[in-house]
Design a protein around this ligand. Structure first.
Ligand SMILES: [Zn+2]
Ligand SMILES: [Zn+2]
Length: 124
């Protein structure tokens, strides 16, 4: 199956609303609360933590406690033309969010249904 290639037409960080909004090349719009973005961090460490939580009794992505995670976004750096790397307030910056991953974890009703039903996130 050929994966569509996603590109970003516009990206806006609203520090007051604590939301990152991405407008995609195909016109789709994704709004990511920063805390959510942090919780879906695709780095190996965070994936491990999520896996452990999953095993410990289910993943509650949207309502679960953020534990030690902060939703303070210090910086957002582009990685080539395919990804970006947020730097969080606690110094965590290991997550490289590819555009495809970002699109896959889009929390809107339409996209979110897919992975919410399965209770697990797409693999980065
Ligand atoms: Zn991480
Ligand atoms: Zn969506």
């Amino acid at each position: 199956m050929a994966e569509p290639t996603f590109y970003i037409a516009d990206i806006q960080l609203d520090t007051r609303q604590r939301t990152l909004t991405i407008e995609w090349g195909d016109g789709h719009r994704s709004g990511y609360p920063l805390g959510y973005l942090r919780r879906v961090c695709p780095c190996a460490l965070c994936r491990d933590i999520r896996r452990q939580r999953e095993e410990a009794g289910g993943l509650n992505l949207l309502n679960g406690p953020a534990a030690t995670a902060t939703d303070e976004l210090t910086d957002l750096q582009p990685v080539g033309l395919y990804a970006m790397q947020p730097v969080w307030g606690d110094g965590h910056n290991a997550g490289i969010y590819s555009f495809e991953y970002l699109r896959a974890v889009c929390p809107c009703a339409e996209c979110g249904r897919r992975w919410r039903d399965e209770g697990t996130l797409p693999e980065p």
